[in-house]
Design a protein around this ligand. Structure first.
Ligand SMILES: [Zn+2]
Ligand SMILES: [Zn+2]
Length: 158
């Protein structure tokens, strides 16, 4: 009699447990779906075209943007292509630096127009994946950022 009670309790507990597992699984599915939709809206954002005022300047060197090829990010930061590449090469991690070297090499080698366009797309993907001032890269190198800001201030005082 006592053992039967116990059994029933275990069965109930197991049933409750498997319900919880189902609920958790449902929640995980939901959050996977919402993170997918966040990712796709970020992708939409990065593809969105930004209108540039004639007087806007590069967020790295401060010279007008329109003098050279440039990239604009959804956060409104904009950089000359070469300023961006230099900064990524200075502050990026080893993997990023190697990827930049690789795609620059591909760009240099590409003979046909088709190969050039493909290499250029790849290059864009590597250097313009995220804003160098707002993205993960900057979070990791925030000390560096403060140091160079300090230098600039000193420069102004002179
Ligand atoms: Zn620049
Ligand atoms: Zn930015």
């Amino acid at each position: 009699m006592a053992i039967d009670d116990f059994k029933e309790e275990i069965c109930n507990a197991l049933e409750e447990y498997s319900k919880q597992v189902d609920r958790l699984k449902q929640q995980m599915d939901d959050s996977a779906r919402s993170s997918q939709s966040i990712q796709s809206s970020i992708a939409d954002l990065t593809r969105r075209y930004a209108v540039i005022q004639a007087g806007e300047s590069c967020s790295i060197c401060g010279y007008p943007l329109l003098t050279r090829q440039f990239y604009v990010f959804p956060c409104r930061h904009a950089f000359h292509a070469d300023c961006l590449v230099n900064k990524l090469k200075e502050e990026g991690n080893v993997t990023l630096k190697r990827r930049i070297g690789e795609v620059q090499g591909e760009l240099g080698r590409s003979g046909s127009e088709e190969a050039r366009v493909k290499a250029m797309e790849e290059f864009d993907g590597v250097v313009a994946g995220e804003c160098v001032l707002c993205g993960d890269l900057m979070v990791k190198s925030v000390d560096l950022g403060f140091a160079s800001e300090g230098n600039e201030l000193e420069g102004w005082r002179i």
